[in-house]
Design a protein around this ligand. Structure first.
Ligand code: AHG
Ligand code: MN
Ligand code: MN
Length: 358
């Protein structure tokens, strides 16, 4: 009897090796190992957060102007120190580092780029709510002058891998290389990530919608109508869903990937590009959700098609079941039409008034 993959004991190392692209020379495979090792190290610290005095603020403020928690700094440092000398990368970019993270001159440069949010949801560290790490891998663009900003500022469509680690009731690593989405759970005794979710697909019908309702007053009318639609107001045709939002993007995304749903962090009056960062939060998750049969949009187009102009560029995010995300695009397209008509009418009115004034 052939057992299903998830009943066999398949370590992430074996799975990566078995699924590596034919042309891979080992660098790409080893880079994924490096990320898995970093995840184990961060998980080890996270599971002891309350005991090893890694709780609380590191005292610094990151490029986002947000208080750095000690675990943010630890996670950022561990990823850098595990990856800077391997000769697999030409540069990196981290949410916690303002500038491009260069490979020290004493080490060889490789042909890949690693971008990452070392610790996502860090405001939840002190209250013991699940947090995560988000990462993505590009090939460098300019093989001669490797390790420049041009190598990092690539659209999500160019990613060769993307994934996240969820430090929750168990530690899970979920990734894609463009051949489906696969989930591994860390066995703390073995210290190994074992395959537990082979070929993950976002299920229908969706069960949850995730949004921070307290910002309702900051959204445009189109977004407000969409969120009301999600809530099934006025007996509309929205699927019956629960609202669930825990303020950790990775945890909210993971639940919606497993149960179906949509996560929404829209533009706001004081944040026209929203809060989430394109390069190392939205685009990696957009790759994953598309590979799982879903979709991710900024409200107008696929997040994977957006060319970043800045390392820490923010982007409005609608991500999850395709029909829920496309519904958001419908509401925002309708809003744009109404706004266009209104400004046309205003222009006409001004024209009439100025003619009358002559
Ligand atoms: P990070 O901790 O990396 O800055 O990310 C926090 C993000 C994301 O995880 C979460 O969905 C969002 O911030 C929550 O934002 P609000 O508190 O504004 O809802
Ligand atoms: Mn984050
Ligand atoms: Mn972060």
């Amino acid at each position: 009897m052939i057992r299903p993959r998830t009943e066999q004991i398949v370590t992430i190392e074996r799975f990566i090796l078995e699924h590596q692209p034919q042309e891979a020379k080992g660098d790409f495979t080893n880079l994924l190992y490096d990320v898995a090792l970093a995840a184990k190290a961060i998980a080890h610290k996270t599971n002891r957060a309350g005991l090893l005095d890694v709780l609380g603020r590191a005292g610094g403020v990151n490029v986002q102007g947000e208080d750095q928690q000690k675990l943010d700094v630890y996670a950022d440092t561990i990823i850098y120190r595990l990856c800077d000398h391997t000769g697999r990368l030409c540069c990196m970019a981290s949410e916690e580092q303002e500038e491009l993270v260069e490979i020290p001159p004493e080490y060889a440069k490789g042909n890949y780029v690693l971008v990452y949010d070392p610790l996502d949801g860090s405001s939840n560290i002190d209250v013991n709510v699940s947090i995560g790490t988000i990462f993505a891998i590009f090939r460098c663009v300019d093989w001669e002058k490797r390790g420049r900003l041009q190598d990092v500022l690539q659209p999500g469509r160019n990613m060769v891998a993307a994934g996240y680690v969820l430090y929750g009731a168990s530690t899970m690593l979920v990734y894609t290389t463009g051949a489906g989405v696969h989930g591994f759970t860390l066995d703390p005794e073995l210290g190994e990530f074992l395959l537990t979710n082979d070929n993950m697909r976002v299920p229908e019908p969706p069960r949850y919608y995730s949004v921070n309702h307290s910002y309702f007053g900051r959204w445009s009318p189109g977004v407000q109508q969409y969120v009301r639609w999600l809530g099934g107001r006025d007996g509309n045709d929205a699927p019956l869903m629960s609202q669930r939002y825990i303020g950790s993007l990775v945890a909210d995304f993971h639940r919606n990937l497993l149960r179906g749903g949509v996560f929404v962090y829209p533009a706001e009056t004081n944040k026209p590009q929203g809060k989430l960062r394109l390069l190392y939060e939205a685009a990696p998750l957009a790759f994953l959700i598309e590979e799982a049969g879903g979709y991710a949009s900024d409200g107008y187009r696929s997040i994977r098609d957006i060319e970043p102009l800045d390392l820490h560029q923010r982007v409005p995010v609608f991500i999850g079941n395709r029909q829920l995300v496309e519904k958001a695009e419908e509401f925002l397209a309708q809003e744009a039409r109404v706004q266009a008509e209104m400004s046309e009418n205003e222009a006409l009115t001004e024209e009439v008034l100025s003619e009358e004034a002559l």
